[in-house]
Design a protein around this ligand. Structure first.
Ligand code: TYM
Length: 360
C-alpha cells in the first residue's frame, strides 16, 4: 500500500473556535482527512505560555475537541490528540532548543507582539511592526519579576516546530499568521539534519489547497480576527448573537464618488464575504460599491446569513456532542496512543543521533 503523506496541525486551547480558526485551519483539516495521514491536536502546552486559569484549561481542551468533531473531523480517519498526552514532545523540545538561537526567537513577530502585551505596551494591531519594536529587547531585559515575559513565550516556536517534526509531518495546514513559525520550523529541521548529518526531519510546508494562506479580518476594522483582539465570531455563537456582531461591524460613510478606494473596515467585510458568500453575491455588492448604490445594512444582513449557513450546523452538532464525555474520552485516548507511537520513535532516533546512548 502506498504510504500517505503526513499532515499535522493544531489549535491552542484558549477558548472557543472562531471564523479565523475555521477558515485558516479547521476547514482544511476536514478536507484533508480522506487523502492524508492526518494528525490534529489540541495545543494545551502552548496555551500555558499565557498563564491561563488552571480551572479553564481542560474545559478549553474539551471544547476544542468537541468543535473538531462537530466540524467533521472523523476520528476513524484522523488521529485527534491532546498535546500534553504526548510527553515525548516536551523532551524533544528540550533537545531541539540546543540548536535554536535566542536572537532568532526574539525577532519573531508573534513573540514581539506577546512580549508587548505582557509588558503592557500598547500596540496598533493593524501595523505588524511598530516603532516600539526597536526598544522591546531593552524593555524585556529591564522588566521586573512582576511584569515579565516568560521564557515559554520566547521558545514557543521551538515547541511548535517539535509538534510538527516529531510527527515527521510534510504538510501543515495553518492560516497566514503561522507562516513565520513554519519558516522557523524548516530552518530548525535543516540545521538539525545538517549538524548531525541525518535526514531525520522532513521540511514541512503550509497546505492551503493551492490558494493563498488565509487571513480572516476582524469586524472592528482591525487586520485580524483573534481571541485576544476581542473581535471574534465564534462557531458556537447563537443566531441572534452572530447577527448582532455582524450588524455592529465597523464601516465608513460610504463611497461618495464612483470607483472610490475601499477603506480597511469595508474591505474586511468584503473579505469575509469572499470566504462565506457565493461569488455572484460578492460581485453584486462590489458593483454596488463601485456605483455608490451600496447600503452597508444590506451587505451586513446578507453576510450574517451566509456565515450562519456555515456555522449553524456546526453549532448544532457541538450541542449534540458536548455532553458525550464517554465518546470524547475514547477519541482522545485512542488518539494519544497513536500519536505517542510515532513520537516515541522519532524521539528515540533524535536521542540516538545526538549521542544520548546507554553504555552501561
Ligand atoms: P492558533 O491557536 O492561534 O490558531 C489556530 C489556527 O487558526 C488559524 N487562525 C487564523 N487563520 C486566518 N485568519 C485568522 N484571523 C486566524 N486566527 C487563527 C491559525 O493560523 C492556526 O492555523 N501556534 C499555533 C498552534 C500550533 C500549531 C502547532 C499549528 C501549535 N503547534 C503545530 C500547527 C502545527 C497557534 O497559536 O494557532
Amino acid at each position: 500500500m502506498e504510504k500517505k503523506e503526513i499532515v499535522l496541525s493544531g489549535i491552542r486551547a484558549t477558548g472557543n473556535l472562531h471564523l479565523g480558526n475555521y477558515f485558516g485551519a479547521l476547514r482544511n483539516f476536514v478536507k484533508m482527512q480522506n487523502d492524508y495521514d492526518c494528525r490534529f491536536f489540541i495545543a494545551d502546552l502552548h496555551a500555558l505560555t499565557t498563564n491561563p486559569d488552571p480551572a479553564d484549561l481542560h474545559v478549553n481542551v474539551k471544547n476544542i475537541v468537541t468543535e473538531y468533531l462537530a466540524a467533521g473531523i472523523d476520528p476513524e480517519k484522523a488521529t485527534i490528540f491532546v498535546q500534553s498526552d504526548v510527553p515525548e514532545i516536551s523532551e524533544l523540545y528540550l533537545l531541539l532548543n540546543m540548536h535554536v538561537g535566542i536572537g532568532e526567537l526574539m525577532r519573531t513577530a508573534s513573540f514581539k507582539d506577546k512580549a508587548r502585551k505582557a509588558l503592557g505596551i500598547k500596540t496598533d494591531s493593524s501595523t505588524p511592526t511598530s516603532p516600539e519594536d526597536d526598544n522591546i529587547e531593552k524593555e524585556i531585559i529591564g522588566s521586573d519579576s512582576n511584569k515579565r515575559v516568560n521564557a515559554g513565550l520566547l521558545t514557543y516556536p521551538t515547541l511548535m516546530a517539535v509538534d510538527i517534526l516529531i510527527q515527521k509531518a510534510n504538510k501543515v495546514p495553518v492560516g497566514k499568521d503561522q507562516e513565520q513559525h513554519l519558516e522557523l520550523t524548516r530552518r530548525f529541521a535543516r540545521r538539525f539534519n545538517s549538524f548531525y548529518k541525518t535526514d531525520l526531519f522532513p521540511e514541512p510546508e503550509n497546505y492551503t489547497f493551492g490558494a493563498a494562506a488565509v487571513k480572516v479580518p476582524g469586524l472592528d476594522g482591525s487586520g485580524k480576527m483573534g481571541k485576544s483582539e476581542g473581535n471574534c465570531i465564534y462557531l458556537i455563537d447563537e443566531d441572534k448573537v452572530l447577527r448582532k456582531k455582524v450588524m455592529r461591524a465597523m464601516t465608513d460613510e460610504g463611497p461618495k464618488e464612483p470607483n472610490s478606494p475601499v477603506s480597511l473596515p469595508v474591505q474586511n467585510l468584503f473579505s469575509l464575504m469572499e470566504l462565506t458568500s457565493a461569488p455572484e453575491v460578492v460581485e453584486q455588492f462590489k458593483n454596488a460599491y463601485a456605483d455608490c448604490s451600496i447600503r452597508y445594512g444590506d451587505l451586513k444582513k446578507q453576510l450574517a446569513e451566509d456565515i450562519l449557513a456555515i456555522t449553524r450546523p456546526i453549532r448544532e452538532h457541538i450541542i449534540e456532542l458536548r455532553n458525550n464525555d464517554e465518546y470524547i474520552g475514547r477519541v482522545l485516548r485512542q488518539g494519544a496512543e497513536r500519536a505517542r507511537y510515532y513520537a516515541a520513535e522519532t524521539l528515540r532516533e533524535a536521542r540516538e543521533v545526538m549521542g544520548i546512548r546507554k553504555f552501561y
